[in-house]
Design a protein around this ligand. Structure first.
Ligand SMILES: Nc1ncnc2c1ncn2[C@@H]1O[C@H](COP(=O)(O)OP(=O)(O)OP(=O)(O)O)[C@@H](O)[C@H]1O
Length: 452
């Protein structure tokens, strides 16, 4: 202690003239010295803290740690009062035996830097938000979201596919985002400034699909335009043709499509001239094409031609961890579209949204949110704003928000029994998980008239 005080006395004049704040504590963490810059930086009056323990004055300080361990700590960021400082803290050791006799902390005020950093983070967030808004206004690049591992795999395959010209087959249930992925492949590749044309092969009548795809010459059939018409392949020249629901393509037309993919040229219906084309084809289906191949409903050669890169898109119920992300994204998107504030979701309603299985996948989620937003008139989506079927499906028949409707106790009980019977399909198991005797379960099933 004496040695330390003597050391300080001999260099005090220097310490008081440096720009950085300096604190010196003895081996018990008692403050022996603070320089003038300390008062300026921390706003703590030097005379009030001299002789006090560091942990009383600055509980977050690492000085006691350094004294205890005898190891220096460099670049430590701490908050003192309302200021941020960055410190280097070094133990002071007895020259002879190496015993720790105190510690010295030299620190710089980085409050302005921290404020600028916070502003920068806010600005970055704003830029991201605006660029998201802008891209949906311009309508070309749809943001594609999903943190789920299978979705990440799909995105990385899509990114690889974007840089090569191979055919892509996207497999997934309806509404899972197959078209979004096809568009992503197009937007990330060299064809991005050329057309992206999507066609639903299942939605066009069989007899029209061929002329829609390949176009027709004048007078090709009754009712055809006298000038003829280029088909979707020609319209997509240089770009991408997305053939959705490829499993619904009539078998005879599959041969023609295969030829186009092999020869890279088309002949319009009723024509003879070959038209050379550079079109990338991305196909999608929600059907089991391999099974269709076995059943001779889909041509094997076309299947292999399309299936060069296969991307699987999982149904939404297999990536429920992403639901909060999608909900927030769609509420933002809908709020912009409907020119309204983004609504909040009451916690009971949120539980129901997170629990539901969405057989219609992301499209169904989007529709539910859109309808709820239209019904809702106070920027808070509650259970009442959700569709009836979703409420009925939910085991969460209780409500914890003051705004929500409270159910009767018997409703909760009935729903829980129905749900357990649906999940376990076995009365003994259902009684066990509900924690009631089997006889009670039988009585309640009868009482509530539950069909099982
Ligand atoms: N990953 C995603 N990120 C953002 N939006 C998505 C995503 N996936 C799907 N969507 C949105 O969900 C809706 C349905 O997506 P999309 O049309 O791509 O599905 P699909 O699988 O092609 O459906 P279908 O087979 O019925 O044609 C669209 O409004 C789309 O914007």
């Amino acid at each position: 202690m004496k040695i330390l005080s003597e050391m300080i006395n001999s260099i005090e004049i220097i310490l008081n003239h440096v720009h950085e704040g300096i604190v010196i504590a003895d081996k018990d963490g008692k403050i022996l010295y603070v320089n003038e810059a300390n008062e300026r930086i921390t706003g703590l009056e030097n005379k009030k803290i001299l002789g006090k323990y560091v942990r009383e004055v600055a509980p977050d300080s690492s000085i006691p740690d350094v004294i205890n361990t005898g190891r220096e700590k460099l670049g430590v960021k701490t908050r003192v009062n309302d200021r941020y400082v960055i410190s280097n803290i070094v133990p002071i050791k007895n020259k002879g035996c190496g015993e720790v006799i105190g510690a010295i902390s030299v620190f710089l005020d980085i409050t302005e830097l921290e404020n600028l950093n916070a502003k920068l983070i806010k600005a970055e967030e704003k830029i991201n938000r605006l660029s998201l808004q802008l891209s949906s206004f311009i309508g070309n690049e749809e943001p594609i979201i999903g943190k789920n591992a299978k979705m990440q795999k799909a995105f990385s395959l899509a990114l690889k596919a974007a840089n090569i010209n191979s055919n892509v087959l996207i497999i997934g249930e309806s509404g899972t985002g197959k078209e979004v992925i096809a568009k992503f492949i197009h937007d990330k590749g060299v064809r991005k400034h050329k057309p992206f044309i999507a066609v639903n092969c299942g939605a066009i009548p069989e007899n029209l699909l061929e002329s829609e795809l390949f176009g027709y010459e004048a007078g090709a059939f009754t009712g055809a335009s006298s000038k003829g018409k280029p088909g979707l392949f020609e319209q997509a020249e240089g770009g991408t043709l997305f053939l959705d629901e490829i499993g619904d393509m009539p078998y005879p037309l599959q041969v023609k499509l295969l030829r186009v993919l092999q020869e890279k040229e088309i002949i319009r219906v009723g024509g003879t001239q070959k038209i050379r084309l550079d079109v990338r084809v991305i196909a999608a289906t929600n059907k089991d094409l391999e099974m269709m191949v076995k059943e001779k409903k889909f041509r094997e050669d076309l299947y292999y031609r399309l299936n060069v890169i296969k991307i699987d898109v999982p149904p939404l119920k297999e990536r429920k961890e992403d639901l909060p992300l999608y909900i927030s994204y769609f509420l933002n998107r809908l709020a912009r579209r409907l020119d309204r504030a983004k609504p909040k979701i009451a916690s009971a309603a949120m539980k129901m949204l997170l629990n539901y299985d969405y057989p219609g996948n992301i499209r169904e989620l989007e529709n539910i949110l859109e309808k709820s937003m239209i019904i809702d008139d106070d920027d808070l989506i509650t259970v009442e704003d959700l569709p009836e079927y979703l409420i009925k499906e939910s085991p969460y028949q209780y409500y914890d928000s003051a705004k929500d409707r409270w159910p009767k106790l018997f409703e909760v009980e009935r729903n829980l029994i129905e749900e357990s019977l649906k999940v376990f399909k076995n009365k003994s198991k259902a009684a066990q998980v509900l924690g009631i005797p089997r006889s009670t379960l039988y009585r309640k099933i009868k009482e509530y008239g539950i069909n099982c």
